[in-house]
Design a protein around this ligand. Structure first.
Ligand code: ADP
Ligand code: 5GP
Length: 217
């Protein structure tokens, strides 16, 4: 028999790694770092109606669109999920996820708890979503530290900070609905943990495309 005893890399679906947690926990910082060191990872760029922060880029951090463009995308069923978060609209484009995972590429999503739970619900009746999605909660070391980080970012008004802190109380309660919990204390360690988590998730058999002989005996 040819190739006896050899293994070959099997065709598989990609992973949709969904990262969420309260505002200020460090999700976007962690995701940017991971994107920087793992170039084969596709970041799902969401649409939002909020204004860009200094340094943010259209098409890299978000697609910044108007309310009417956002409504049009809802009507055309372009979103896998969307939500009103802290008073603005945010939505995940189906194309940012499915076009990649179907091709075997991994996708990283930074979305809020409501959005993650909507995808989790959909996965109950969607076979592809059920095998590709993995849910990671990123929490702060303490509530005080969350507040300190939100303020240190210096990007929101006092009203917006208060709104985000209020939402955080509810969002923190959702950690047990996730598959993995990472407390973002030391940035490098959190990024390292996510990197290794992806490696381990690659060993899962659930995303293999068929059950042919991968190990020939
Ligand atoms: P999120 O995307 O969850 O709202 P950000 O990534 O914007 O949060 O982080 C909020 C603030 O906390 C930023 O100023 C960021 O630099 C800082 N930060 C992120 N991770 C850490 C960490 N592990 N230790 C200290 N500060 C952090
Ligand atoms: P920010 O305005 O700080 O960038 O993001 C605010 C919140 O919106 C964060 O919790 C972020 O994870 C979330 N978010 C970003 N994109 C999406 C999305 O496409 N869908 C949902 N539901 N939330 C999102």
């Amino acid at each position: 028999v040819k190739n006896m005893g050899k293994t070959k890399k099997p065709p598989r679906l990609g992973i949709a790694l969904i990262v969420s947690g309260p505002s200020g926990a460090g999700k976007s910082t962690v995701c940017s770092e991971l994107r920087r060191i793992k170039k084969d990872l596709h970041f799902s760029v969401s649409c939002t109606t909020r204004e860009p922060r200094p340094g943010e880029k259209h098409g890299y951090d978000y697609y910044y669109i108007t309310h009417s463009e956002f409504r049009e995308k809802i009507r055309k069923r372009k979103f896998l999920e969307y939500a009103n978060v802290h008073g603005e609209f945010y939505g995940t484009l189906r194309s940012e996820v499915f076009d990649y995972v179907m091709d075997g590429a991994d996708v990283l999503l930074d979305i809020d708890v409501q959005g993650a739970m909507k995808i989790r619900k959909k996965a109950e009746t969607n076979k592809i979503l059920s095998v590709v999605t993995e849910f990671v909660f990123i929490g702060p070391p303490s509530f005080n530290e969350l507040e300190r980080r939100l303020r240190s970012r210096n990007t929101e008004s006092e009203t917006a900070i208060q709104r985000r802190l209020n939402n955080a109380k509810k969002e923190l309660d959702a950690w047990d609905k996730y598959d993995y919990l990472l407390i973002n204390k030391e940035l490098g360690k959190t990024v390292d943990d996510l990197y290794h988590l992806l490696d381990i998730l690659h060993k899962s058999t659930k995303r293999l495309k068929d059950s042919g002989f991968y190990i020939q005996i």
